[in-house]
Design a protein around this ligand. Sequence first.
Ligand code: ZN
Length: 363
Amino acid sequence: MSGRPAGGRTHGHRAAEAAVRRWVRDQRPPHALVISGPAQVGKTTLALDLARGLLCTDGAEAARPCGSCAACRRVDHGNHPDLHLVTPEGAGGQIRLAAVQALVADLALKPMEGRWRVALIEQAHRLNPDAQNALLKTLEEPVGAAVIILAADDLSALLPTVVSRAARLRLGPVAQAALVRILAERDLSDPSRAAEIGRLAGGRPGAAVTLASQPETMIAIDRLARSLLDLAAVSRRRRLAAVPGLLSDAATVDEPSASGASRARSTPAERRRSVIRVLSTWREVARDLCVVACGGAAQVRHLALLEDLQALSPHVDYRALVAFLGRLDGHIAAIEGYANPELTLDVLVLSWPSTDGAARAAA
Ligand SMILES: [Zn+2]
């Protein structure tokens, strides 16, 4: 087995990296590839490693992608004529039929420069059914020189007929050591925070890079998580009064550079996103409480909260906490669909298991 090509950017997904290296070395990639895994885990990075590897002009196949030839650099800049990127567009954030039809037409042409045409469909779980059906014909009758890569957070959003015609790589969370290496490679490693960033990122390199490069995001996440934990010990009235603060911190997490004024004019979609951010942070905090109660402090995601979690944990009703965790997932799905986000948040702040009585009794 040859060493790692200089231009490979993926870390921590060894089996998938080996598959990509083999396809590049043998110049025999699958005509269609589905890469699935959680958001920000490295699907696009891996897909671009394959694209760079196939389009690279370095003399030795085993050294591709070299990362420094003109072809590799053009892939990095997104302007290689044989690389076709498709991403969701418009208010609904979908990939529509027209975008796929344009892609299929491009792929039918001979490569402009190299041996391959590579298409990367990012967030392929947002392909609507018409668009998937349009893609199906190309997947059934592959064109010689085309490679279509679908990167999807949620495999179940793809038609079985699409998935069954493609090779598949599944990316799981990467190890902490790989996250630290990725941060160091980008000059983002601050040893004092590396462990905390690694935990919060949950094994997702993209999330680790975002957190490390935007300290204000980390601060807002910490504040949001702490506010949620603190709600357990306060009255119903103070819980409801805390909701605007939660939403404001959530908006800062998603868009750290926006001013307060521009946030006040937020759209319904942005408010929905903020509520989902609150709920997903809440899920982590509730999970951390459970983990601490089981003696698993080493597995806590919100390390900054560890002492507070340990102080609170003896006062929590765990049956209620587990039930609350179960409800959170349902509410996140409902908000992504039709439910009123603000109303859902009000309901949840009131149903967060209380430690008020227990804490007072212990005091
Ligand atoms: Zn190259």
